[in-house]
Design a protein around this ligand. Structure first.
Ligand code: ADP
Ligand code: GLC
Length: 488
């Protein structure tokens, strides 16, 4: 099965969130299942610099406002997965975030930048750019890659099957309708049945409308996005796709996230050898200036600080958490108001609450290993990876029961404990009181070391491997590709 993954982020080169982790692991997992998987990535500086053995595949010439566009094929560092790189210096060779300037404003030419990525994806998939390789399936991720589905729809007959994965419906790639003229698509595409969304141009709709199949990153989120509450105005479009929408849960990359082999930790540990986790906790408390107390449960947060993540609930529940003798360790960056609120809390509670603003991959590992519990009180969560890392590291998740969080954490109810199924603590209402009650239950359970260890062992025994997800994607690709073949 030849499959081309089109995306704007990839761990460890370009990452703003879990999307990068997925692209860093899924293609390799598919190769492990026998697929011929390749990547198509924009030529952002970190990508152009790191992809090895790059050879020119096609000189595309000037387009989308770029004077020169060259398609090269090379290999990812570490994984060696083959990767096509769209080298368009005028559009992509910019420092920092793939989407924003350093002042936080969106790059003004994002429509052209990500239309180009989609255009190259479509033409590569049609066999026009690389005579040596043509995918059977094009798999586009999030709005950044969604336009490939529209360009393929504009140039039938396409023989390639298409899958579009929604990692987060909140980010839609909306542009002024006037930008449509830059795309080179027939006028009929700028209609409600196409890319038009309330008089704007929506790249997300290109994927939702024109991909043969739409997936999201958890089964529950696949159902939620068909509702008004979680649909961000696109629930009608999603309902319109009926059975063409399904959920495939993300996995954990065990080569990156495994406490038994994680060399960045103060000590390594496993479900059978938990002593190392206590050392990691001591080291974290020392590193953050938290009181060196083994009995104080440390609640960790590693997160983008945005309204999605519900961290305002943590701020509200924090006085209760600290009063009960627990500690907070937070690593995050994002909304300036949330950043300064957390910094103020840390200042007011020395030794009890520690906050690090910024992005630090290595510290995220130390924090998740050293904490006892990880808080993920999201308003919505397509999948969520930090709770999966928490489970793997025996750091019990305290999560709101939405999206992928609902699909991955089993609440410590009496019956779940009795049946040895419980792996964490869940709550329903997005209110400080509901979070507070879940935190209280976690603190009470932490005071019963035998019970807490039982939960840790059950959490660490969960298998969220990428191999399982890759098998599900392979079955989907097979079905879609054979449907396409029967149309020929
Ligand atoms: P999202 O993609 O919505 O941000 P996920 O839970 O899927 O949420 O993925 C977040 C990823 O980003 C995880 O790998 C997490 O460890 C990482 N991450 C988030 N914030 C930080 C940070 N401030 N420092 C280091 N890693 C972070
Ligand atoms: C998005 C979602 C997150 C998910 C990630 C990877 O960023 O917010 O829930 O885990 O994509 O699929």
């Amino acid at each position: 099965m030849r499959v081309l993954h089109v995306a704007a982020e990839i761990f460890p080169l370009v990452k703003t969130g879990g999307l990068a982790d997925v692209l860093g692991a899924l293609p390799q997992a598919l190769i492990g299942q026998g697929a011929d998987a390749r990547l198509l990535l924009p030529g952002l500086p970190a990508i152009v610099d790191a992809v090895s053995h790059q050879k020119v595949v096609f000189e595309i010439g000037p387009c989308f406002g770029a004077a020169r566009v060259t398609l090269r094929l090379g290999r990812m560092p570490y994984s060696k997965v083959p990767a096509y790189v769209v080298d368009a210096p005028h559009l992509y060779r910019r420092p920092g975030s793939p989407y924003q300037a350093s002042d936080g404003s969106e790059w003004p030419d994002n429509a052209q930048r990500f239309a180009l990525l989609g255009w190259v994806g479509a033409h590569l998939a049609s066999g026009e750019l690389d005579p040596a390789w043509m995918p059977q399936v094009l798999h586009a991720h999030d709005w950044h890659a969604a336009m490939s589905c529209a360009y393929l729809a504009a140039h039938p007959p396409a023989t390639v099957a298409t899958v579009f994965t929604v990692h987060n419906l909140a980010y839609q790639g909306l542009f002024p309708s006037g930008d449509f003229a830059l795309l080179g698509l027939p006028a009929r595409f700028m209609a409600p049945s196409g890319l038009e969304f309330h008089n704007q141009l929506s790249f997300m709709k290109a994927g939702l409308k024109f991909a043969q199949h739409v997936t999201t990153v958890s089964p529950t989120y696949a159902k939620e996005i068909a509702t008004h509450e979680f649909g961000f105005g696109l629930d009608g479009v999603i309902r319109g796709r009926g059975a063409d929408v399904s959920g495939v849960l993300n996995g954990v990359d065990g080569t990156i996230w495994d406490p038994a082999t994680d060399t960045g930790l103060a000590a390594r540990y496993s479900a059978d050898q938990l002593a190392g986790k206590a050392r990691c906790k001591q080291a974290l408390q020392a590193e953050l200036g938290l009181a060196a107390r083994a009995d104080a449960p440390v609640f960790g947060v590693v997160s983008r600080l945005t309204s999605q993540k519900g961290l305002d609930l943590v701020l509200a529940a924090l006085p209760g958490l600290l009063q009960r003798g627990a500690q907070l360790a937070l690593q995050g960056a994002g909304d300036p108001a949330l950043e300064s609120a957390f910094v103020a809390v840390a200042k007011a509670n020395p030794g009890k609450a520690a906050v690090r603003i910024g992005y630090d991959e290595a510290f995220a590992h130390r924090l998740i290993a050293g904490a006892d519990a990880i808080l993920v009180p999201s308003r919505f969560e397509p999948c969520g990876l930090t709770q999966l890392y928490g489970l793997r590291y025996g750091t019990l998740p305290v999560v709101r029961r939405v999206g992928g969080l609902a699909d991955t954490v089993v609440d410590s109810t009496e019956s779940a404990l009795h049946e040895d199924r419980a792996t964490g603590f869940t709550f329903d209402a997005a209110t400080p009181a509901a979070l507070d009650a879940a935190i209280q239950r976690a603190i009470d359970t932490h005071a019963q070391p035998e019970r807490w260890r039982q939960l840790m062992r059950r959490a660490m025994a969960q298998d969220f491997s990428w191999a399982g997800a890759a098998q599900k994607y392979m079955a989907l690709y097979d079905e879609l590709a054979s449907r396409q073949a029967s149309l020929r």
